[in-house]
Design a protein around this ligand. Structure first.
Ligand code: SAM
Ligand code: SF4
Length: 460
């Protein structure tokens, strides 16, 4: 037992659920369609439902739940890497201390502001700040504040999320005071023996300090916290079930589970044998199972997809349950500025999708999705439990779809290419019909016109 992660119980649940009957799988799928989530035992049944036909049933149910709750929206963000200096030695990461071939860099405040401006000029409103573990809370707080201070034309960062090493409750209080959105920390693997092997030295070798990071963040008042597993380190069934056990632990202690879950698959990284040949590789088919099963197990938790996946895989995963994705990303400090000059030389891992934001948006819009830059809930204080209480079928659509359409319209007017303007206009006129409440639809349509005429930043 490592903290609240009961490894034996998890292995038992997986073992007991082996070869489930068709009737049992159907029962669990029926329950999942009620959109109230699943127990660990039920989730294990879906994981052990092997074969293409069973998987197709699960995918179908996940699509139904995804569209029932989220509709066609996809929230967009970009990562902004602040520093690749790190005191840890995670065997899978190019930033690890012993990787002497990596060019080290921590952005100065001026460089950070330049990166922020480039992202704003692309049209981003929401970013994820990422840090190696070398500097502590002072740098993190200063950089979050610097990001919020940059305004470029109609551009501004309206929500800055943070992915940084675990900290003390006091440091989390300082972080909260900067006005961050979500605090994100991935356990990487919940299997303590594998965790120890992969993190041989540095602060990150302390499994429990990391496991309780989100508890401490909650204690400090950060109520949007985010979980993740790095797929490829250990068995996907164990790690997915353990992640859900973590979500339950947060829910039972703080009354609210994680705001989002990430499921990066390990990508090749400079001088990393582990990253170039993962011990437990996860196939595309199993990755789809992971996403679909998470969608059914925790229907109201956002699922985040990153540029680590190829454009083809991303398309498949949108339908299966993804609600947020990064686009136009660079994973090296200064990467957005450098990308104008030369190829990256200090990136964290190799990207699967390197297309510019506008191309991704055009693609998404042509597929019938609504790209959203909405940050309304966080700005109206609808976070933590308050967010979850509005996150019911119908209600998300009543708030989120109009907000998505309005922020997408801002993007089209201020930043889009002519091709994206055309596909985007078609998407908006189609999707506005899905705003069920007549008054809300009329208000949205009026505001879209105001945006066309130069007004900005509307939200419900
Ligand atoms: N240093 C902090 C930490 O480790 O929590 C935060 C930044 S770290 C760069 C963010 C995440 O990158 C890690 O939690 C890990 O899951 C992911 N990562 C590291 N190496 C990776 C690789 N080779 N492929 C994909 N993701 C990777
Ligand atoms: Fe450092 Fe994070 Fe990379 Fe580990 S994953 S080496 S802690 S940046």
């Amino acid at each position: 037992m490592a903290g609240f992660i009961d490894e034996r119980l998890l292995f038992d649940l997986i073992e007991k659920a082996k070869n489930p009957s068709a009737v049992r799988v159907s029962e669990v799928i029926c329950k999942a369609k009620e959109m109230k989530g699943l127990s660990l035992e039920e989730t294990a049944v879906l994981m052990q439902a092997e074969g293409e036909d069973r998987a197709e049933e699960i995918f179908h149910a996940a699509r139904e739940v995804k569209f029932g709750i989220y509709g066609k929206r996809l929230v967009l963000f970009a990562p902004l890497y602040v520093t690749n200096e790190c005191g840890n030695n995670c065997l899978y990461c190019a930033f690890r201390r012993d990787n002497k071939d990596l060019v080290r860099k921590t952005l100065t405040i001026d460089e950070l502001k330049r990166e922020t401006q480039i992202l704003e000029d692309m049209g981003h409103k929401r970013i994820l700040l990422v840090y190696g573990e070398a500097h502590g809370i002072k740098l993190i707080a200063e950089t979050v504040e610097a990001v919020y201070s940059v305004k470029s034309g109609n551009g501004e960062i309206r929500r800055a999320n943070v992915n940084a090493a675990p900290m003390s409750v006091d440091d989390f209080k300082t972080l909260k005071a900067t006005g961050i959105g979500t605090y994100q920390c991935f356990q990487e693997t919940y299997h303590s023996e594998t965790f120890a092997k992969m993190h041989p030295s540095g602060n990150k070798s302390n499994y429990e300090w990391r496991l309780y990071a989100l508890h401490r963040a909650q204690q400090a008042g950060i109520d949007d916290v985010a979980l993740g597993v790095l797929y490829g380190l250990f068995d996907w069934k164990f790690d997915t079930l353990a992640l859900l056990m973590h979500a339950q632990a947060l829910e039972s202690e703080f009354g609210v589970g994680p705001h989002t879950i990430s499921f990066p698959r390990m990508e090749p990284a400079l001088n990393s044998d582990v990253a170039c040949s993962p011990p437990y590789p996860v196939s595309d088919f199993d990755m789809k199972r992971v996403v679909a099963i998470l969608r059914l197990a925790v229907p109201y938790t956002g699922l985040i997809l990153t540029t680590r996946e190829s454009p083809e895989m991303r398309k498949e995963l949108f339908d299966m349950g993804v609600s947020q994705l990064s686009a136009g990303s660079r994973t090296n400090p200064g990467g957005y500025y450098d990308a104008r000059e030369h190829a990256p030389e200090s990136e964290q891992f190799t990207l699967g999708d390197t297309r510019p934001l506008d191309e991704v948006i055009n693609d998404i819009a042509r597929m019938g999705y609504v790209p959203s830059f909405c940050t309304a809930c966080y700005r109206l204080g609808r976070t933590g439990g308050d967010f979850m209480s509005i996150a019911k079928p119908g209600l998300i659509k009543e708030f989120c779809l109009p907000n998505a359409l309005m922020t997408f319209k801002e993007y089209l007017v201020d930043y889009a290419s002519d091709a994206t303007k055309a596909s985007g206009a078609a998407t908006i006129s189609d999707q506005i019909q899905d705003v069920a409440n007549h008054t809300r639809r009329k208000e949205t349509s009026d505001r879209l016109e105001l945006i066309e005429n130069g007004e900005r930043d509307f939200y419900f």
